[in-house]
Design a protein around this ligand. Structure first.
Ligand SMILES: Nc1ncnc2c1ncn2[C@@H]1O[C@H](COP(=O)(O)OP(=O)(O)OP(=O)(O)O)[C@@H](O)[C@H]1O
Length: 562
């Protein structure tokens, strides 16, 4: 059977595996909600212990689906893949593989983000094998025959044994990372037929949204579950696959086939105006989207100049309406939010890489403090308290949470006193707090003998370091493109800059419009996702534009404003 054309309101056979391919704004979420409701009302295979699993990529995605399901959530479990696998497979059945991997399974309470441990790294032979500590961020699991193995992205040789030794030091303490959850879940299901049977029986339907972002281990888990009894349905858009660094792969979506699976395609775009849809159709060729609602709107515009000026210019055009800016890097998004200029060609870093301090305790406290303050400024208080309380566990009867709240509130009240001044001022403030224990920095008498650390604290502005904080679930007006996935906004300004330390280069950075390669170039897909978030007005900001590019873009119906 070929690919069948459907729309957001179509009903499909609920007892067959399915794959739905659809572009942005096609109504994938609307389809999923209607399909879940259809199964809830008509299936005879559901019950108190037999639910629909609905997996989506982010916590924001989970909230959206829960809200749209309204009261009909009794027999549906909506969660992220990590939370599903942890709750239903890893937590209850980890004991099946804990001896083999030396995991202290009684102490495992939740998965954690992997923060590279210098101490553990030094206890392996990895540095002797010329592996840099930062490369530990590129460690991933892959399935090799009957077992999962560790590998470092970008390396050819096999470092599995050394990497396993590093990981085991965490596991012994009951710490497992998000990527371990996938590997452990696969191993448990692959080796225990009984666990697989229980999962199939608890979840007769298994739906996955944003399937283009799943990684290969996840795909194998889904294939195992789908072998019998459970009906699996996946929905996605390969042109919106933007998590290559986490192991997602465009080809995976195309190659994903289950026996008896029916493939569907949606060609509508209910979100954007016809002019924006025309621009999107110029970037991708596999789906030509139509505008069933014939929404009118201006031609997308290019604005050349500084991003902050461009935003001001657009604000004059749209009046009272809000404008959302979308940037590739945290650095750019944070600069827009803080109303500060951004110099093209800056290296994108996480705060962990940007923060120079050889004393590990002091470094950890300062990084957490800055993160907590910046989260709290965006009202993400829960994350702020979680980040800080790990250093204040002993300070109160609430695991440090009460003290964290007091400290954060005080630091926010006094933000103006240190935010645009050297980190040294911030350091002196923390010294005076007495809540934290860290060694003092030895201050030199004259500039000649100043240590690297003293120079860093005295010459680096707090605001410059804070720009590197990554906001986990950013719902602000100025966010990164990755954090805008699945959302839509009336007016969007896409900011195009040079990549990670490079100055803007038209051929490369405007390639997504001049010579689009959606399958082969992830940067093109990221910019495509950004443009496709706009409902009414789309603006693209560039630092400069050549006459040739201008002419070419006029043909694709973009006008250029200077
Ligand atoms: N059949 C429809 N009629 C009218 N509006 C619709 C229809 N389907 C979806 N919409 C609207 O179109 C917009 C996009 O829908 P939705 O968010 O479900 O798309 P999507 O396919 O998940 O998009 P993306 O992949 O870009 O995140 C929403 O505002 C939604 O309310």
């Amino acid at each position: 059977m070929g690919v069948q054309l459907v729309n957001a309101d179509s009903q499909i056979d609920m007892e067959q595996h399915f794959k739905i391919t659809a572009g942005p704004g096609a109504g994938k979420t609307r389809f999923l909600i209607r399909h879940i409701k259809n199964v809830l009302h008509n299936s005879t295979r559901l019950g108190r212990n037999r639910k629909i699993a609905c997996i989506t990529y982010t916590n924001v995605g989970v909230e959206t689906i829960l809200q749209r399901l309204g009261d009909e959530v009794d027999y549906v479990e909506v969660c992220t893949i990590h939370s599903f696998l942890f709750t239903h497979i890893v937590k209850p059945y980890l004991h099946l593989i804990s001896d083999k991997h030396e995991i202290n399974h009684m102490k495992v309470d939740a998965p954690y983000e992997h923060i590279v441990s210098n101490g553990y790294f030094r206890m392996t032979d990895l540095s002797m094998k010329k592996i840099q500590e930062q490369e530990m961020k590129k460690v991933f699991w892959f399935i090799d025959g009957d077992s999962c193995k560790l590998h470092i992205r970008g390396r050819k040789s096999d470092f599995h044994k050394s990497l396993l030794k590093y990981k085991k030091m965490f596991w012994e303490k009951g710490i497992i990372h998000y990527d371990d959850v996938l590997a452990f879940a696969w191993e448990i299901l692959n080796s225990s037929k009984e666990t697989l049977r229980i999962i199939r029986s608890k979840f007769p339907y298994f739906f996955i949204d944003e399937f283009q972002d799943t990684n290969p281990v996840q795909t194998e888990i889904i294939k195992l579950i789908a072998e019998k009894e459970t009906i699996v349905g996946v929905i996605g858009d390969k042109a919106q696959s933007i998590y290559e660094f986490q192991g997602a792969d465009v080809k995976q979506f195309d190659n994903y086939i289950l026996s008896g699976m029916v493939s569907y395609k949606m060609e509508d775009n209910h979100r954007s105006s016809e002019n924006i849809i025309n621009l999107l159709n110029g970037i991708r060729k596999d789906i030509v989207q139509r505008s069933p609602d014939l929404k009118e709107g201006n031609l997308p515009s290019i604005i050349v100049g500084q991003p902050l000026q461009a935003l001001k210019h657009i604000q004059d055009i749209v009046g009272e309406e809000q404008v959302t800016t979308l940037s590739y890097s945290n650095l750019m998004a944070n600069s827009m939010r803080n109303n500060t200029d951004y110099e093209d060609g800056q290296k994108w870093m996480l705060i962990e890489d940007a923060y120079i301090d050889s004393n590990p305790d002091r470094r950890k406290i300062f990084i957490s403090m800055i993160k907590a303050i910046e989260y709290a400024r965006l009202s993400h208080y829960k994350e702020a308290i979680k980040e800080l309380s790990r250093h204040l566990r002993m300070s109160d009867d609430y695991n440090g949470q009460k003290t964290s709240l007091i400290v954060i509130k005080m630091m926010l009240d006094e933000y103006h006193e240190y935010s645009n001044r050297p980190l040294w001022i911030f350091y002196e403030k923390l010294l005076g707090l007495a809540h934290f224990k860290f060694p003092k920095i030895r201050e030199s008498k004259d500039e000649k003998t100043a240590s690297e650390i003293e120079i860093f604290y005295k010459n680096t502005l707090y605001s410059n370091i804070a720009l590197n904080v990554k906001i986990a679930e950013d719902d602000s007006l100025h966010r990164t493109i990755h954090k805008a996935k699945g959302s839509e906004f009336d007016n969007v300004l896409v900011i195009v800059k040079g990549r990670d330390g490079y100055k803007y280069n038209e051929e490369r950075d405007l390639g997504f419009l001049l010579n689009p390669d959606i399958d082969g170039n992830e940067d093109h897909r990221v910019n495509y996702v950004a443009c496709s978030r706009a409902k009414k007005k789309l603006f693209i900001n560039l630092p400069e534009i050549s006459e040739t590019a201008k002419k070419k873009l006029e043909v694709i119906c973009i006008r250029t404003l200077h």
